[in-house]
Design a protein around this ligand. Structure first.
Ligand code: SF4
Ligand code: SF4
Length: 380
């Protein structure tokens, strides 16, 4: 039985009310109904009834979903729409037709080097580990993620996070080359076997290193470890926190003390994997509000109704992602913000790119960068 067959009942519940169309960021970017969740349901029905197979135009559409989950939030019968996309992706991979384009390269890099950049395992987060002389084992482990370990555009998030933890007296470790990609890329690409391998490896490596608490600065790492790993490895043998949650806890304990004022109007971009997936909305707001002189402005669409930044489709559909990022930026500008604060390196990358291309005066910060500045820590 194919993966999609498991969702047959869900696929036929849809009454084509259309609620999920206009709100879909990919529909907004493409104006193509076949790119929305309702379109995916129609594709799924045609595949189940053998009127359609995984041809190139089908692959093009089923991989374009940004997995933001907003359609699930508003769908009246609460259909598990993202799981339906994932089921079709897995089946398309099994037939040898999926995944789409760039994911093949990423999966190849992951199989050989366990990171999406194809860089050596030993160089994972090396700059941060060497700069701060961070041990490889301990109770509290900062799971750095591929982007904050390797990507020159987002490495500063890793450095800012490590410096904040060090400054606040947290004794923490980083796995370096023993950490692998969290598995989010194989998850969205539809490669179930590789995802399982990544999950087993990371949980074993974290356990061996003595982890009782694991901190991630990437929303995708957070969402994947929190929600997907338990389906593969059972209950997590450690507590998991996103940096926004951990910083908020340090604030409550009086250990994190933003001392420098940041005289800016900022707005928070609720990352989909921390917000809609993880249900975490207040910790990043608490942290921002603790910074002297800062003004927090809420986006018109926030929390469970927040816009997606388009990051999840940035690798395969950069033009769609750019348009989606520009919509987030427009909301920020309309609200009067000067800075968009994110909680994920991919959001930071997409919103920075949208600001750069649109010559916008609004800048993008990750929460860790903002906190580091407020604590007077250099991270660039
Ligand atoms: S909102 Fe749900 S029921 Fe309505 S068209 Fe979309 S998938 Fe179907
Ligand atoms: S998860 Fe987001 S991008 Fe995907 S179909 Fe639903 S609203 Fe559109």
């Amino acid at each position: 039985m194919g993966e999609l067959e498991k969702f047959k009942d869900q696929v036929y519940i849809c009454d084509r009310c259309g609620e999920c169309v206009e709100i879909c960021p990919v529909y907004e970017a493409t104006k193509g109904k076949s790119y929305s969740a309702e379109g995916a349901i129609m594709i799924a029905r045609a595949i189940l009834s053998k009127r359609l197979s995984y041809t190139d135009p089908v692959i093009e559409r089923i991989y374009a979903c940004a997995t933001c989950k907003y359609c699930e939030e508003i769908c009246p019968p609460k259909i598990r729409l993202v799981d339906i996309y994932y089921a079709m992706r897995k089946d398309s991979v099994k037939t040898g037709i999926g995944p789409i384009g760039i994911y093949r390269t990423y999966l190849d890099c992951l199989k050989k080097k366990h990171n999406i950049y194809g860089e050596s395992e030993e160089s994972r987060a090396r700059k941060i580990i060497e700069a701060l002389n961070i041990p490889a084992s301990g109770d509290t482990i900062y799971f750095t993620g591929c982007m904050s370990s390797y990507d020159p555009g987002t490495l500063e998030i890793g450095l800012a996070t490590a410096k904040i933890l060090r400054e606040t007296g947290v004794e923490f470790a980083m796995l370096g080359g023993k950490e692998w990609c969290c598995g989010w890329i194989p998850l969205v690409a539809g490669d179930k076997e590789l995802l399982n391998e990544m999950a087993h490896h990371n949980v074993e490596a974290l356990e061996k290193a003595g982890a009782k608490e694991v901190i991630t600065s990437c929303s995708m790492c957070y969402g994947t470890i929190k929600l997907v790993y338990p389906e593969i490895v059972g209950n997590l043998p450690f507590k998991l926190s996103h940096t926004s949650m951990y910083f908020s806890k340090l604030l409550d304990e009086g250990k994190l003390k933003p001392k420098r004022g940041v005289k800016k109007k900022v707005t928070l971009h609720d990352g989909c994997y921390l917000g809609r997936y993880g249900g975490t909305y207040e910790p990043p707001r608490n942290v921002i509000k603790s910074i002297p002189e800062i003004q927090l402005i809420e986006m018109k669409r926030n929390k469970k109704n927040a816009r997606c930044c388009g990051g999840a489709i940035f690798p395969a559909y950069p033009e769609f992602a750019l348009k989606i990022g520009q919509s987030v930026l427009k909301d920020a500008i309309d609200g009067g913000a000067e800075v968009v604060v994110g909680v994920c390196p991919l959001c930071h990358k997409c919103i920075s790119m949208a600001a750069e291309k649109g010559h916008s005066h609004v800048s993008s910060y990750d929460l860790s960068m903002l906190v580091a500045e407020a604590m007077g820590l250099a991270y660039r």
